[in-house]
Design a protein around this ligand. Structure first.
Ligand code: AMP
Length: 441
């Protein structure tokens, strides 16, 4: 299969050739003709599958071929994304793909001054990539009018709901013209996503780029059992011993990110962090330094790291396991991208046994464990497996590890009295406390 055979126009083909894209990925093969044909789309696609080009290429082609020229403050296409970082990256991709087309695009997101974005929108933008909160803010200030919007893309829709954007999304849907083409991308399909799809999509084409809830195949995953208090030492030891050139490390809290960076800097290892307490320009700079090879270790919290696209990232380390099992998939999706191989290593302490079991239930397999010499834990991590889903406690509450085999894989209560599905995600509409705290992580 070639991009030309998918029906893409010459300006787009030239841009793809310049970017070195030779053959379309599976999600692109399925999505591009459907979107060019004007259909709505419901796509199960993880990061790293090429989904951005899957929607951006046909979107740009349709905008270039159809409709009135763009007017001030009245975009013709909206792309909604969960995080600021992703907004910047998707916008950069759209500009790269559309470099030979007379279309303009920009990204708008919170955490930075709003006035430069208003000035930009006044110039007339064909495509606006936005996080939901800032989009509505600009809409309320009349800097963004929705009357000309003909195409809407929801990228990483599952994540937008996780971050508590469902009310903002409903407000956007209500304000958009009914006659439009809508494309919904999600890595996972919880009930809330299905309900949203049913409400906003019109006879969609369904596209599935990879089996649901599975890790990217080329990522080698394993866990190293270790006592909590020794994780820092273990990480520094692994960094030295394995000679990792560049490594992305996920931690659970902002404080944890800062502590790890300080320790690494103290040992002369170049490190920087991305988390919600850092202003947007500092986060952007950290990412750029990491991409440029100026820092060896990038430490990130989940929300801040969502959507990061870093070429050739061989290793991802879970310094802490995520509270929500699906985040594990998003984390390890940072490596093994676009066909490359990768490694995902989780440092697991006894407190994290419930999270580990939830991850294994989601993956439907047991993570291989391998102790590191000199770091064997005093507090044994109980055996787990896909069938051992235990209650996942919220941070701050002591966890009494249970031995594998006790917990049912069906629904189980979370700490707030809601329910967590077998995959570890709280059931829709039952997670307000978590939502508000994670949005700015
Ligand atoms: P995405 O899943 O959209 O985040 O894309 C993941 C990575 O794959 C990005 O670095 C893209 O530039 C790259 N990519 C997307 N499509 C292709 C393709 N057809 N050939 C080569 N690389 C691609």
């Amino acid at each position: 299969m070639t991009f030309a055979r998918l029906g893409l126009s010459d300006p787009l083909l030239r841009a793809l050739a310049a970017l070195g894209y030779k053959v379309p990925t599976p999600v692109q093969v399925q999505a591009i003709p459907a979107v060019l044909g004007g259909r709505d789309l419901l796509a199960a696609a993880q990061t790293g599958t090429g989904k951005t080009a899957g929607f951006a290429l046909p979107l740009l082609q349709r905008l270039a071929e159809e409709g009135p020229p763009v007017a001030a403050n009245s975009p013709r296409a909206l792309v909604l994304v969960p995080t600021r970082e992703l907004a910047g990256q998707v916008c950069a991709s759209i500009r790269a793909y559309g470099q030979h087309l007379p279309l303009r695009s920009c990204a708008v997101y919170g955490g930075v001054a709003i006035d430069p974005q208003r000035v930009q929108l006044r110039k007339g933008m064909d495509v606006v990539v936005a996080t939901p909160g800032r989009l509505l803010d600009l809409h309320r200030r009349n800097a963004l009018k929705f009357g000309q919007v003909r195409m809407l893309v929801l990228d990483e829709a599952d994540r937008m709901l996780d971050l508590g954007f469902s009310r903002e999304l409903d407000a956007v849907f209500a304000a958009l013209p009914l006659r439009r083409q809508t494309l919904l991308f999600s890595a996972t399909f919880a009930d809330a996503i299905r309900a949203m799809a049913g409400a906003i999509l019109n006879d969609p084409v369904s596209v599935e780029a990879s089996p649901r809830n599975t890790a990217p195949r080329r990522v080698r995953q394993w866990a190293i059992p270790v006592d909590k208090r020794r994780k820092l030492d273990l990480f520094c030891h692994l960094l030295k011993r394995r000679g990792w050139g560049r490594v992305l490390v996920f931690v659970r809290t902002r404080k944890g990110a800062e502590q790890l960076v300080a320790t690494l800097l103290g040992q002369g290892v170049g490190a920087d962090s991305i988390h919600g307490d850092r202003p947007q320009p500092a986060r952007q700079r950290a990412l750029e330094r990491f991409k440029a090879g100026e820092v060896r270790v990038l430490v990130a919290t989940d929300v801040a790291a969502r959507g990061l696209d870093i070429d050739e990232l061989p290793v991802v380390v879970n310094f802490d396991l995520p509270i929500v099992a699906h985040d594990y998939l998003h984390r390890i999706g940072r490596t093994g991208r676009a066909g490359a191989a990768g490694e995902a290593i989780s440092l697991v302490c006894a407190d994290e046994v419930a999270q580990l079991a939830a991850i294994e239930a989601l993956l439907r397999k047991t993570l291989r464990r391998s102790e590191e010499a000199g770091f064997a834990p005093d507090h044994r991590v109980p055996m787990t497996g896909p069938a051992t889903a235990l209650p996942v406690r919220r941070p701050g509450k002591p966890v009494k590890p249970k031995v594998a085999g006790g917990g049912p894989a069906g629904k189980r209560p979370d700490a707030k009295g809601g329910h967590i599905a077998p995959g570890g995600r709280p059931a829709a509409g039952k997670q307000p406390a978590r939502r508000s705290s994670r949005r700015s992580s």
